[in-house]
Design a protein around this ligand. Structure first.
Ligand code: GDP
Length: 395
């Protein structure tokens, strides 16, 4: 069996285990390294070869997209990762990094439960960092932080340990200020600030494919001093092999981001204003795969062969081919022609996609990004608010 086929089969098996699913977005100010980091994760999960990660930019496949006539606004990929002896399914949604795409970022946030915020160590938090953090929190999506381009602090800026620590803590404080500023008023969210000690902050270099966090240092026995020495001496390949970025980040994702069962009871009241005593509310809170089908469409892509593809989060029930679904704001129903999951931006058809997952559905011809598609008529999800004007946090 081909490697890809194997990964698809693994993903299909894991789709039925919501406690082992993590739906995440990576969000960043433009150029802070989101695409390079994403490629590291795909390579780590065996989706693209290790050598080409960082050069291939799989999520940024514009040429490829043009050739095949596909437009992917916010590309989706699924991958598997073993953490703590258990295989996990990580569904990753890419978000555009440019402020003009604020709407797309918000839409992607609707589908996920965790947001990895990437910040360039040299630049620090920038306007779009603030925007994505606000978008995530507003949607009830939990943040974690990855500080990227740390190689530049070591090799280019030649910073010493103290200087570096000060700089990294400065970035963490900036991000925590944003988080605190918003979550202080939210009574459904406890302390979502990030810290090195509890493992919700990672550092590293997406370009040179190494990463570090408190748990990774305990696991590998490498401390920051060892890392600085290797980076300074240009031993980046060794650094990558001893403390690979993808392991550090995917471990952090599995450990700290909520699974759909934990997340949906918190998120549903934020994003849906229907009757919270109804069966459908209960089914969404419980991530019940036997309940009525509820899909929140977050993105429409076009495939020259399959036509329009509606991608989104299944909050309840199980989507299958042949189902007739109501689409909010339109009359009548649309018949599901196929269901699939994304693998490296490509769609793979599968038999069914249960609650808690990201699905790619064809046949929903009336759906637009923001539609609710469901097997019974229901109150649609709240419209997705765009936050497109970033508030400048620093000059
Ligand atoms: P995006 O706009 O957030 O997707 O950023 P990209 O991943 O496209 O990266 C922007 C630029 O920063 C590219 O030239 C990358 O090669 C570079 N870059 C990304 N990560 C790192 C890193 O860890 N260290 C250094 N030195 N450069 C990086």
């Amino acid at each position: 069996m081909g490697r890809r086929k194997k990964i698809v089969e693994q993903c299909e098996r894991l789709m039925d285990e919501p406690e082992n699913i993590r739906n995440i977005a990576i969000a960043a100010h433009v150029d802070h390294g989101k695409t390079t980091l994403t490629d590291n994760l795909l390579a780590g999960a065996g989706m693209i070869s290790d050598e080409t990660a960082g050069e291939q930019l799989a999520m940024d496949t514009e040429e490829d997209e043009q050739e095949r006539g596909i437009t992917i606004d916010a590309a989706n990929v699924s991958m598997t990762h073993e953490y703590d002896g258990t295989n996990h399914l990580v569904n990753l949604i890419d978000t555009p990094g440019h402020v003009d795409f604020g709407g797309d970022v918000t839409r992607a946030m609707r589908a996920v439960d965790g947001a990895l915020v990437v910040v360039d160590a040299v630049e620090g938090a920038m306007p779009q960092t603030e925007t994505v953090v606000r978008q995530a929190l507003r949607e009830g999506v939990k943040p974690a932080l990855f500080i990227n381009k740390v190689d530049r602090l070591i090799s280019e800026l030649q910073e010493g340990p103290e200087e570096m620590q000060k700089r990294l803590l400065g970035v963490i404080n900036e991000v925590n200020e944003l988080i605190r500023g918003m979550t202080d008023e939210m009574d459904d969210i406890d302390d979502w600030t990030v810290s090195v000690e509890d493992g919700t902050v990672g550092f590293g270099s997406a370009l040179y494919k190494w990463g570090v966090s408190m748990p990774s240092m305990q696991r590998t026995g490498m401390d920051f001093g060892d890392i600085m020495e290797l980076e300074r001496n240009d031993n980046r390949q060794e650094l990558h092999e001893r403390t690979p970025l993808s392991d550090v980040v995917l471990d952090m994702v599995c450990e700290h981001f909520p699974d759909p069962i934990e997340s949906q009871p918190r998120r549903i009241p934020r994003i849906w204003r229907g009757d919270d005593e109804s069966d459908i509310a209960e089914s969404m809170r419980l991530v019940d795969e036997d309940g009525e089908v509820v899909l929140m469409v977050t993105d429409i892509g076009v495939d020259p062969h399959a036509g329009e593809i509606a991608a989104g989060r299944v909050f309840s029930g199980t989507i299958e081919k042949g189902q007739d679904l109501y689409v909010s704001g339109t009359a009548g129903t649309n018949r599901v022609q196929s269901v699939g999951i994304y693998m490296g931006g490509e769609r793979e058809e599968v038999e069914h996609v249960p609650a808690g997952n990201i699905a790619a559905v064809t046949g929903l011809k009336d759906a637009i990004a923001g539609s609710t598609a469901s097997s019974t008529e229901m109150t649609p999800f709240e419209s997705i608010e765009h936050i497109s004007e970033p508030v400048i946090t620093k000059s």
